[in-house]
Design a protein around this ligand. Sequence first.
Ligand code: UD1
Length: 418
Amino acid sequence: MSIFQLDGPTRLKGTVFISGSKNSALPILFASLLANDSVTLYNVPKIKDVEIAVKIITNFGARITLKEQHISIETSSIKDFYVPHGLSKSIRASILALSPLIARFGKGRIFFPGGCQIGKRPIDLHIDGLKKMGVIIEIKRDELIAYLKKKLTGAEIFMRTTSVGATISILIAAVTAIGKTVIKNAACEPEIVDTANFLNSIGAKITGAGTDEIKIEGVEILKGGKYRISSDRIETGTFLVAASISKGSITCRNTNPSLLGDVILKLRQTGANVQTGKDWIKLDTHGKRPRAVSFVTSPYPGFPTDMQAQFTLLNLIAIGKSVITETIFENRFMHVSELVRMGANAFIERNQVFCCGVKRLIGKNVSCNDLRGSVSLVLAGCIADGRTNVRNIHHIDRGYENIEIKLRSVGAKIKRIS
Ligand code: UD1
């Protein structure tokens, strides 16, 4: 098991090139299974979750070509419609393999998905939506067996809760279904827009992605094509927080400021100078400690739950007091107790963290069980006095490409130790 060893405190300064979005790459890889010709995807992040998605698709029998700059997927040789137990449990997004299998081949088998243990994370909305479109789903213990008796048919589907994953499942299923599908109370996240743009580029007829009502006119066949995945807004936000907490200055390039509205707003409220251009964002603290900012996580365009852990750290070393309210997942404060061990002053009550900023953190041996919580510990290690060892870093490798190389390039003293 590798660990990250960090020596601090360091002030982080420089430029970071942002990778492609994890949460776009995963659904787009699975949506590629709908294409009848070869699909080539650019700007796919080199992260563990993508590796697992590629394994799932290869396991179906698809031919995948991995090159430095792109991934190509060719589906004509698919002969298996089954995601094995280990792969289903490896990533939450494995559930997104189900609807393309049903849409293209009329059947699919998968186990209940795994992923970060940040809450109950049910899949009822995926199942209910697919059932409304005519899919028969049998659940045998931990396994879902899905098949069609008649053709997949468009339907009007109201999402009881706003769900990114369920919106994507239904969107993918609807693209080649008979007739029209309307998803009401759809999630509006940019990764849904990215997935819809990709599908439209290979022949789908989707309108309204990015709003809470998405309409899909079923088409008979999808061709192949080339598509560039958008930049990762959460990786961008993570590096901006790194600059903020270290009293530094970081420019993120190859990114899209328009996707980070609420995050930039909050960073400006900390007192940092945040400038944006077409594809870059620069945060400069001018050597000042951030001011605390309270926030509530909510679906896009609200403050992203995937930035909550990093902003919790920010508040724990900021000037003043703040309250953080998590409304999306029930168990997403696992990083807080580790940060308290490093000298932070916080307490949790139900879905809120009450923070009282301290001037410095102290290096410790820490670990966390989810991706964003773990990255917040790495950032804490950059600014803490002395040595911090972060364990369980496989969580970070799931979602951040070359994080130690990028952090070193802005001055962090970080080593991966095997
Ligand atoms: C996606 C993102 C994840 C992000 C989350 C919220 C990917 C690969 N992951 O996860 O990084 O943190 O959106 O922005 O894109 N829910 C149900 N029933 C369902 C599905 C979800 O009740 O069938 C609930 C969940 O428990 C949660 C809420 O809906 O409380 C939102 O979850 P959802 O948007 O589905 O998250 P994911 O798609 O898993």
